[in-house]
Structure formats: C-alpha cells, structure tokens
Design a protein around this ligand. Structure first.
Ligand code: ADP
Length: 492
C-alpha cells in the first residue's frame, strides 16, 4: 500500500530523476476511455462530455508535469487535445459549432503546453537542486570521515577547540599522552597558574599555554617544549605546535594544537649529557697528571742535552695540552647544557688581555702576523672566560687562513659597548653558514674536500659566554674572501 502511495505521490518523487513515459500515456488514455464509457453507457448522452472534462484534464496535466517533468506534461496535453478532436469528429459538429470547437481546442492546446512546460521545468529544476545539495552533503560527509580517520591515525596528539576554548576534536594519541580523555573547555583565566605545565622549570599561567596563546592572541607557535606533570605523577616532555583558525573576515573561530611526546628523546639526550660530563671529568685528572709528569721529565733530561728526546717530549707535551683543551671544551659544553656555567666577574683592562693573548698566540704561527690596535677599555667580566673567547677567535683565524698573512684585531668603544673584531684573510664563510657556525657541534663541510681538525665546540661556547655577559657575537665576510668576527661587551 505504502509503495503504491509513494508511487503516486509526486512530492515523494522530488529529487528522483526517474521520469515515466508509460504511466502518463496509460492514465490519460484511461481518463478518455472512462469519459466515453460514462457518456455512452451511464448518462446515455454523448454530448454530456463538456466543461467538467476540461477540469479533469487540466488536473491530470498539472499532476504529470509535477510528477514526471516536461515530457510527461506534453504527453498528457497531446493525448487530451487528440481526445477533444475525437469528440468534435464523433459528435458530428457542423458549421460554426465545428469551427469554434476546433479553435477552442487549439487555444487549449497552446495553454496546456505552456502549463506543462512551466510546471515541468520547475519540477526538473527542483530535482536538480535537491540532487546537487545531496551530492554536496555526501562529499562533505566523506571529507569529514577521511579527516577523522587521518586525525585518529596521526602519531601525534591533536586538539581542536572552538573560539570559546571548548573541545571540538581530540585524537587517541592525545588521550595516550594526557593519560585521560580531554573534556570540556580550556582554562583561560589569566591568573590561573597551572600546577601541570612547566617551561624551563617555571609553572605556566593558563594564558601562556600555546593553544591559549593561539586562541587569545592569534599566535602561531612552532616546536615549543614544555614539561608536563600528569595526574599519575609521571613527568612528560612535550613538543607543541599551535595555530589559530580564522574565517573569511580574519576572526579567530577556532585553534588547533599538535602535541608530541618527546620524553624518550629527552631521556636519551640527558643520558648523553651525563656521559659526556662524566667522561670529561674522568679524563681531566689523568691528563693533568700526564702533563705534570712530562714537565718533570723535561726538566730532568735538560742536563743530558739530548735534542731528540727533548723534541719528542715537547711534542707529547703540546699534544697533551691540546687534549686538555678538548676535554675542557667538552666540560664547558656540558656545563652550558645543564646551566652550570658560572662566572667570576672582575674589572680588568680588555685591551691588555687581548694584547697578551695575541702575543702568546703569535708564538704558534710563523706565517701570520697578528696586529692589535685598540683603546684602553675597562670591562667587568669573567677574565678567564673572555680570554677563552679571544683565544678561540684568534686560533680560528690562524687555522682557517692557511694562505693568509695578517690577522688584524681591533678594540673600539661604541654606544657604551666595547667592540672587538678579529679579521683574517682566510677561507671565509658563506652567508647561509654564518648563523649556523655558532650552533653546537656545527662545522662547515668544505666542498673542495679541504678539511680542518676540530669538533665545532669553540664558537658555541664563545657565544654562550658573550650572551651571558649581555653582549653579542657575530661574523661578517664572504666565502673565499676572509672573515671578521665581532663581539661586544658592556662597559661601565
Ligand atoms: P672548530 O673550529 O673546532 O671546528 P668552531 O666552533 O670554533 O669549531 O667553529 C665552527 C666552524 O666555523 C668551523 O668548523 C669553521 O668551519 C667555521 N669557522 C670558524 N672560524 C672561522 C674563520 N675564521 N674562517 C672561516 N671559517 C671559520
């Protein structure tokens, strides 16, 4: 029953593009046959067929145009008009009666066709819109499903919140990291200090959380590292990205954050740091003893006047000193990493320190001439650490200018700062490498295959020392055209 009602109901067929041909033909013919049967058999008056049939026909034409579109409307109109002509023929109309009958039929035909074209067109257009809408909805649904699957499979935690901070989406990985499902809204209260999230040991205010910053200030945060204390008291290290999502008018409508658990990475890093720290401490003592024994030996054999033995022992001594420098660099690096690099500040003449250092290092090279020019300037700094920086810059200038002749050092005062420059005529550094050389363990790989010994620790340590003295360190120059290293220190 329902199926028959659905078949007949034109509203149920909206958005269905199956337009019947046979059903309008059959139903229209049935209407004509019934009309004839009624006139001849029941009313027994062939001329009774009159205005009422026009109403029935108009109803049928509207019905089919709305149910099956323009084509069905035309079929109904044509069958109806043929039936009218059949009536005119069989009822033996004469003279003016025949003329006005044919004329009315043609006017009606025109009206019926217009009616079915208009209604049929509307019906087909509605179908098209409904189908388009359904397809678009399906597409959006598919897209949502695809995104949901990707989101759940991502190996990082993802959290999406709306403009009020209410959670919209969160994936399985996020639950795994947080140890529980995230529910409700973000805490955005400015004065709320989190007992859970820490940055460099300091508890964060809610407004300082990356996702809150993205939502409140539109900040895009990339690779921020936080420590997170879970409810089960386990400590986690997280690397977090966050970004706001804006609408067409640039208003923030949501924010998204990705959260990566980097605890294993951090633990491995810590183990490496501990190892380097321990190894350098362990190496320091035997190397110092070795150096003392060599010095004792050297002073003892002085009386024997054996130049060969003296030469051998002197080179063992200088290699031991080199080893001592490397171990001390390793220790410094480890101190920087663990925040244990401490300074003993005192006032001293920077020009004197540089001059003395240049004189000592001049003894290590015959090829280069180290020239110093500078004003008398007093700084308040850790003298040994600044000596370490100056030594590092001059030894690098010697090492990386195998064909250079002069190394020019200058000391100037500029804007209550002491500015030191060390200029060489060496291999130079390309612009893109200039920032990287101050990174930990960074060494420039030479495309010409030339290699210089070193571990890439010197400039990193120098940068930390200068930074902690509230100064700056940088390099200028070009590849193959020599380099000039600068550093500044505040003066009183
Ligand atoms: P190391 O000299 O032990 O490799 P540094 O940290 O002192 O380590 O220097 C890092 C890198 O910077 C070096 O490997 C070198 O490629 C580049 N560099 C440093 N000083 C100079 C210089 N004066 N001229 C050209 N390159 C330099």
């Amino acid at each position: 029953m329902m199926r028959i009602l659905n078949f007949l109901n034109p509203l149920a067929r909206l958005g269905v593009k199956k337009y019947s041909v046979w059903f309008p033909i059959i139903l229209n013919l049935t209407v004509c046959i019934f009309s004839e049967l009624y006139a001849y058999l029941i009313a027994k008056d062939p001329n009774i067929v009159g205005t009422y049939i026009i109403f029935i026909n108009v109803g049928v034409i509207i019905y089919f145009s709305f149910r099956d579109g323009i084509r069905a409307g035309f079929i109904s109109s044509i069958i109806t008009v043929l039936y009218y002509l059949y009536i005119i023929q069989t009822r033996h109309f004469t003279g003016s009666q025949w003329d006005s009958g044919v004329e009315t039929t043609f006017i009606l035909m025109f009206l019926y066709l217009l009616l079915s074209a208009t209604i049929g067109y509307l019906k087909q257009r509605i179908d098209q819109l409904i189908i388009q809408e359904m397809e678009a909805r399906q597409l959006a649904e598919d897209g949502k499903l695809r995104l949901e699957t990707i989101l759940q499979q991502l190996p990082v935690g993802v959290l999406l919140v709306d403009s009020k901070g209410k959670k919209l989406e969160g994936n399985k990985h996020l639950e795994k990291i947080m140890g529980k499902a995230i529910k409700g809204s973000l805490e955005r209260n400015n004065n709320y200090q989190s007992p859970k999230a820490f940055k460099e040991g300091k508890a964060l205010f809610a407004k300082e959380w990356p996702l809150v910053r993205a939502l409140n200030n539109g900040e895009v945060i990339s690779g921020e590292e936080l420590e997170f204390l879970r409810e089960d008291k386990k400590n986690y290290f997280l690397r977090i990205n966050a970004a706001p999502i804006r609408n067409k008018d640039k208003q923030i409508i949501a924010a998204v954050s990705t959260i990566d658990d980097i605890t294993p990475e951090k633990e491995l890093e810590q183990r490496k740091e501990d190892f380097v720290n321990m190894a350098s401490h362990e190496l320091k003592t035997p190397i110092t003893s070795m150096k003392i024994y060599i010095e004792v030996l050297l002073s003892q054999i002085k009386n024997f006047h054996d130049p060969k033995v003296t030469k051998t022992l002197t080179s063992i001594k200088s290699q031991t000193e080199r080893l001592q420098e490397l171990v001390s660099d390793l220790l410094d690096m480890s101190r920087i990493q663990t925040g244990k690099l401490h300074f003993n500040k005192q006032e001293f003449r920077l020009d004197e320190l540089i001059e003395e250092t240049a004189e000592i290092l001049q003894k290590t090279t015959k090829q280069h001439q180290i020239i110093f020019k500078g004003e008398k300037l007093v700084v308040n700094a850790d003298k040994f650490r600044i000596y370490q920086v100056v030594t590092n810059l001059i030894t690098n200038a010697i090492k990386y200018s195998p064909n250079g002749k002069h190394i020019k050092i200058q000391l100037k005062k500029s804007n209550s700062k002491a500015v030191v420059s060390v200029k060489d005529e060496g291999i130079g550094i390309s612009k893109e490498q200039q920032k990287k050389i101050f990174e930990r363990l960074y060494q420039v790989t030479d495309t010409h295959g030339r290699s210089f010994p070193g571990l890439g620790m010197g400039l990193y340590i120098s940068k930390e020392i200068i930074k902690r003295h509230r100064g700056a360190i940088w390099v200028e120059g070009e590849k193959d055209k020599g380099s000039t290293f600068f550093f500044t220190l505040p003066i009183k």
